[in-house]
Design a protein around this ligand. Structure first.
Ligand code: PGA
Length: 252
């Protein structure tokens, strides 16, 4: 799974150019989905262009809101709306949303549950800040973020296969300082084992997919993805350039 996360960037024009260039140059393998997450306002437009190009690029949403029972939410976007648009993937728990939008674990749990109810595949983002890393407390920090998956109601446990974990150390996001391969491997192994041993995943007889994000670029992608513990990449800045993105996908 290789994901382009455009964050709050782009225009109708750049979306159209990107879809055309990537569609014409990417060799998409079924086992390795190629997912485009444009800003929400371009989701419908991107969906249409991808269909017109008969492209196998999938669309993901960077955002989803959960419903507040009978309350209304101006500006909200529900998982039902995303499903209605033919969106298959959604990012939940990105550190920028945790930090700037003050998303609590409770909110994140509800978002995941509603997304799973609406048959979306969830990319659940986790990652430690630099202080936590320096104090050697990364595993403890990540286990607390992973415990959200243990809190899903039992009806959602059957859908665990629809969850991918994206490990994105906060200090690596947008900094140009990707984590080193051995650190990524060791952390991905920890995440897979923790989910399997503590969060009721073992009955699935598969380890969860864990992808890496944080300053992935054309120079470091091959080394990172070559690890058997890395099941994909979540790419921010480097995904904005269509040529860079399709080259990274084709190398993965
Ligand atoms: P980056 O962003 O590749 O620009 O570091 C990754 C992300 O936040 O998903």
């Amino acid at each position: 799974m290789i994901i382009a996360n455009w964050k709050m960037n782009g225009s109708r024009r750049s979306v159209a150019t990107w879809i055309e260039v990537v569609s014409n140059n990417v060799n998409i393998k079924k086992i390795n989905p190629c997912i485009f997450c444009p800003p929400t306002c371009y989701l419908e437009y991107a969906r249409r262009l991808i269909d017109e190009n008969s492209s196998s690029i999938e669309i993901g949403s960077q955002i989803v809101n959960h419903s507040f029972q009978d309350e209304s939410l101006t500006g909200g976007i529900s998982s039902k709306m995303l499903k209605d648009l033919g969106i298959k993937f959604v990012l939940v728990g990105h550190s920028e949303q945790r930090n700037f939008l003050k998303e609590s674990k409770n909110v994140i749990t509800k978002k995941i549950e509603e997304a799973l109810d609406d048959e979306l595949s969830v990319i659940y983002c986790i990652g430690e800040d630099i202080d936590t890393k320096n104090k050697n407390e990364t595993h403890l920090f990540l286990s607390e973020q992973l415990d959200v998956l243990g809190q899903l109601q039992s009806t959602h446990k059957d859908k665990l296969r629809s969850i991918t974990v994206a490990y994105e150390p906060i200090w690596a996001i947008g900094s140009g300082l990707n984590a080193e391969k051995v650190y990524i491997e060791e952390t991905h192994q920890f995440i897979k084992k923790y989910i399997n041993d503590h969060l009721g995943w073992s009955h699935l007889r598969i380890y969860p997919a864990v992808i890496y994000g944080g300053s992935v670029n054309l120079d470091n992608c091959e080394e990172i993805i070559s690890s058997t513990d890395v099941d994909g990449l979540l790419i921010g800045g480097a995904s904005l350039n269509s040529e860079t993105f399709y080259k990274i996908y084709n190398l993965s």
